[in-house]
Design a protein around this ligand. Sequence first.
Ligand code: FAD
Length: 348
Amino acid sequence: MVVIGGGQAGLAAGYHLRRQGLDFVVLDARATPGGAWRHAWDSLHLFSPAAFSSLPGRLMPAQPGEEYPEAGHVVAYLSDYEKRYGLPVRRPVQVTGVHDEGRLLRVETDSGTWHARAVISATGTWWRPFLPAVPGRGDFAGRQLHTVSYRGPQDFAGRRVVVVGGGNSGAQIAADLAYDTELTWVTRRPPRYLADDIDGRALFDAATARRRALDAGRADTAGVASLGDIVAVPPVREARDAGRLKASPMFERLDRDGAVWADGTRAPVDAVIWCTGFRPALSHLAPLGLRGRRGHIATVGTQAADEPRLHLLGYGDWTGPASATLIGVGRPARDAARAVAELLDASR
Ligand code: FAD
């Protein structure tokens, strides 16, 4: 049994596979624990308090002085989690392809080959940043980067910066840049903040309620989308309340010197930061020929619809409600481990 990816989703899978008494290995491409959290920008804060950001079995301890923990705190928690449960993580091991070999799946990596009766893929999305096809993007002479390469405002002091994106990354990075740069924050529609007194816990509840409604054949509650897009974590709230987080409509195109809006308005720009999201990192599964709409793989729960030996964990709500969150991944991880145990039992 092979788990691909040793971030929070891979570790949650490991916890439940161990409880099922299964023999497995977790292969992770990074040299150190923590998954994507280790690569986040300096000021990133979780959008839920620690106790509501926990993996199965062990509460995340509070971070002294911070209601919403920083990314470094999550890395420490995941490192400890991995050690505490003695999870067999091999790193750095990059999986390059999963192949159907009849009775077994062959997992090819840059450090050898594994043969597995089942595979859980938990490779996240951070590794596949998405940039929209905006006209003129290639003509712009200034700096362009995606969320994944942003570190902090020190790199942009005094610069004219455009932050693109009305989600949590866009709002947090815009808030980060709101004091020391000439900031323009552009969003496709006016930013929608969750009420200040609700946070990531409400997102989790909404995602779960939606999944239950859909499973029971009831009307779509619109889940998280019904609440708003942006959690008003303290730095976002401060910048917004100080009047420094004013969003402009999305520009129509870039030219050599900056952004151009549909009404002909132009703004010279030094840097564009694309906070425009991610896609699931699934290229290692391409040899199985399962990819469907939007690069996703059709699933029933976590199980690939056309390959019962493959489960997908994390990534987004399509692999379980809130499964791409710390608190949400536990339940689908448990379901995946149970399904794998049943499958292996049946095929003995
Ligand atoms: P990752 O953390 O990306 O881990 C995947 C692991 O798989 C990595 O170590 C990677 O190196 C490895 N890998 C990838 N490809 C391969 C391969 N081919 N072979 C071997 N290994 C591979 N969630 C919350 O609960 N609370 C929050 O506040 C929150 N804030 C977020 C803020 C941002 C900006 C983002 C982007 C996400 C946030 N999330 C939050 C969502 C989610 O919790 C994180 O994205 C989390 O990192 C997802 O964990 P994961 O294990 O699915 O993926």
